[in-house]
Design a protein around this ligand. Structure first.
Ligand code: GTR
Length: 658
């Protein structure tokens, strides 16, 4: 059965003016995504693979992108340059740069690849994207090789004559948040699309196409590949190399792209099923958006402005979109059963956000064949609210761009869909599903109890010392331990027991003074926030449930002041080298009052200026931090922040030492 979308009014609009009127979209019927060459829809994953998919792919080849280009051997010219570096001051990374030769001939074309990897043990998933202005523009790191390739003159990115200059470095870095992704455990790879096809109408002769035996002038065959097909081929050749690297998980390379390169990412994912996940950002016409809607950019406008992106046949569908035997939902369906992200921006009307959503809706039947839920909804979501399962769709606030928000959503999907089998936590630890009710929770065997269930005399508590290493001056009241605040607001107490990786349980109650502020300082460095945050929406990285200044809670799980609350925290400490530099970020998973509030949140050097080793520090604390940096083991510190919070039943269970 053909999928159809019926809108109430059949309107008209001038072809020359972009249509932004939903009513003028009119009625259209989409080709059936499940149809094979005989028009009959398939009904099993096997038949999809054998019959419908090849047919639908061929329609996209012959009508939109051109024939797929053949693979060629890929080798590294010269050496692979590998260097350890610290990005943004505190994110340890390995920077890899390599020039790949695409083909066997000595003068075969090349592309320069830049790859950052987190300093972790084991293989990591990698996001691979092409860029618009050279690798050096993607990040301010001065050691990135400056591209010498042609690029269009552009004052804003300091491209003159028409090449990059030193001043071009980092000019696109807002689109490539390397540090944030490394901290989440992903590698980030990129290359300049102009290495294989300069993005201009007469770019074909200077492209790799002659090296592949393709014609570049005269009347081209209607299915002759254009820029997008050539860039997609480049992505596959980079993938050939990436999967040979020992640090890269060959089954978790994710292809990502923005705008024209988002169209490219979709086509690359369609042609090459080795990509484990496909991400289209603001790809619009010729990308995720349905051509038949004629909303924003159309086949007519795109093929007259950018004839070189597509195969010549696509131009013939200008103003005849409804004659196309395929539409862009069939492109999205090529990603199935892999995870797919379709990301729109609300002010990017030219790319038709709703058309991108409807395309994802129409692609869903293919995921269903595999027993999977694609989007799982036909309702357009509110702003900044990702929806879906195997297909994720969202529409972000703002304009045509690819921002940190987008990357975090891509990483969320990769975490949810790809890494579910391989959580990045230390091997061999038991699963972490803490019991949080009823309170108090009985400590498990082997736990070190720091504050017992009932405290009648704080002076008898030998498990903590004060900031100077002497007895604590906090008091017991009504069987619980109460923060004793001094004017410094730094009268914390420090556990004498130290640990590296541990599960930490703490029951607490906030007080009305000073907004209920207190906290659990893990190793004295990282604070799981205690704060009167009941009902705060949305919670920030300073509210209860946050790892202060590292990550806001997934949900606000705080209870009102005066009620007992409970944290269970799995703390995997960062690993440092002999000089004290973090080589593997730490991570924290936390449950608050029965809700998961942090899920393997990565962190590196402490960010808070108020840690006990800085604010109100003593000689005793200096010694504790020294010990921590040299052994990796540190204490639990209960925070004084001017509020008489209460604690009871606090215990730790070491994970890596008996
Ligand atoms: C625009 C084009 C869009 C989009 C964008 C880009 O001019 O109309 O389809 O691809 O360029 O790639 O930046």
């Amino acid at each position: 059965m053909a999928a159809s979308v019926v809108l109430p009014l059949e309107g008209t609009f001038l072809a020359a003016e972009p249509n932004y009127d939903e009513a003028a979209v009119g009625q259209y019927t989409l080709p059936d995504v499940l149809a094979g060459p005989d028009g009959v829809p398939v009904s099993s994953p096997e038949a999809w693979r054998k019959i419908a998919r090849p047919h639908q792919l061929e329609l996209l080849e012959t009508c939109v992108y051109g024939r797929r280009l053949p693979a060629v051997p890929v080798s590294v010219t010269g050496t692979v340059e590998r260097a350890d570096c610290l990005l943004a001051g505190d994110v340890p990374a390995v920077r890899i740069q390599a020039t790949l030769r695409l083909g066997e001939a000595a003068d075969a074309p090349t592309t320069d690849v830049l790859l950052y990897l987190p300093k972790t043990e084991g293989r990591v998933p990698v996001f691979l994207q092409l860029n618009f202005r050279g690798n050096h523009a993607e990040h301010p790191d001065p050691d990135i090789r400056l591209s010498t390739a042609w690029m269009p003159d552009d004052k804003a990115t300091a491209i003159v004559d028409p090449h990059a200059t030193e001043a071009s470095r980092g000019t696109s870095s807002q689109r490539w948040p390397v540090e944030a992704m490394l901290v989440r455990g992903f590698g980030m790879a990129t290359a300049y699309c102009g290495d294989v096809f300069p993005d201009r109408a007469d770019g074909r002769p200077a492209s790799v196409l002659p090296s592949l035996g393709r014609p570049v002038d005269g009347t081209l065959p209607p299915d002759e590949p254009g820029g997008i097909a050539t860039w997609a081929w480049q992505l596959s050749r980079i993938l050939d190399w990436l999967i040979t690297l020992p640090e890269v998980d060959p089954e978790q390379v994710i292809v990502v792209g923005h705008s024209r390169l988002g169209k490219t990412a979709l086509w690359a994912g369609a042609c090459d099923e080795r990509f484990a996940m496909v991400v289209s950002n603001n790809s619009g016409c010729g990308g995720a958006a349905l051509s038949r809607r004629n909303f924003g950019e159309t086949v007519g406008t795109i093929t007259s402005r950018f004839p070189h992106w597509f195969c010549p046949a696509f131009t013939m569908y200008a103003d005849r979109e409804r004659d196309l035997p395929c539409d862009q939902h069939t492109l999205l369906a090529m990603a199935a059963p892999r995870p797919l992200v379709v990301a729109s921006a609300v002010r990017d009307r030219w790319a038709d956000p709703r058309g991108e959503f409807l395309s994802a809706v129409a692609a869903e039947p293919v995921w269903k064949l595999f027993g999977l839920t694609g989007l799982g909804t036909t309702e357009y979501p509110p702003l900044d609210t990702p929806v879906g399962e195997s297909i994720t769709y969202y529409v972000r606030t703002g304009r045509h761009d690819m921002l940190a928000y987008d990357w975090q959503r891509f990483a969320d999907v990769a975490d949810r869909m790809l890494r579910k089998q391989t959580p990045p936590q230390a091997d061999g630890y038991p699963a972490f599903h803490p019991v949080q009710s009823p309170l108090p929770v009985t400590p498990p065997a082997g736990a070190v109890v720091l504050v017992p269930e009932r405290v009648d005399d704080a002076a008898t508590l030998m498990t903590f010392v004060g900031m100077n290493g002497g007895a604590i001056d906090w008091k017991a009241d009504d069987g619980t331990l109460v923060v004793h605040s001094t004017t410094s607001h730094a009268n914390h107490i420090v556990s004498t027991a130290v640990f590296r990786d541990a599960d930490i349980h703490a029951e607490f109650m906030t007080a009305t003074e000073a907004k209920g502020n207190s906290g659990l300082y893990l190793h004295g460095h990282y604070e799981m926030q205690i704060y009167d945050s009941f009902g705060v929406q949305p919670p920030t990285d300073q509210d209860e449930g946050s790892l202060y200044r590292f990550g806001k809670p997934i949900v606000n799980a705080s209870l009102p002041t005066g009620q007992w609350q409970v944290y269970d925290i799995r703390f995997i400490a960062p690993r440092r080298d002999a000089s004290g530099t973090i080589v593997t970020p730490g991570n924290v998973t936390a449950w608050l009052n029965g809700r998961l509030v942090q899920n393997e949140l990565r962190f590196t050097e402490p960010r808070s200026p108020y840690t006990p080793y800085k604010h109100g520090v003593t000689d005793y604390l200096k010694g504790v931090e020294k010990h921590l940096l040299s052994t990796g083991e540190g204490p639990l510190v209960l925070q004084d922040h001017g509020s008489p919070a209460r604690f009871r039943n606090v215990w730790i269970k070491r994970l890596d030492t008996p």
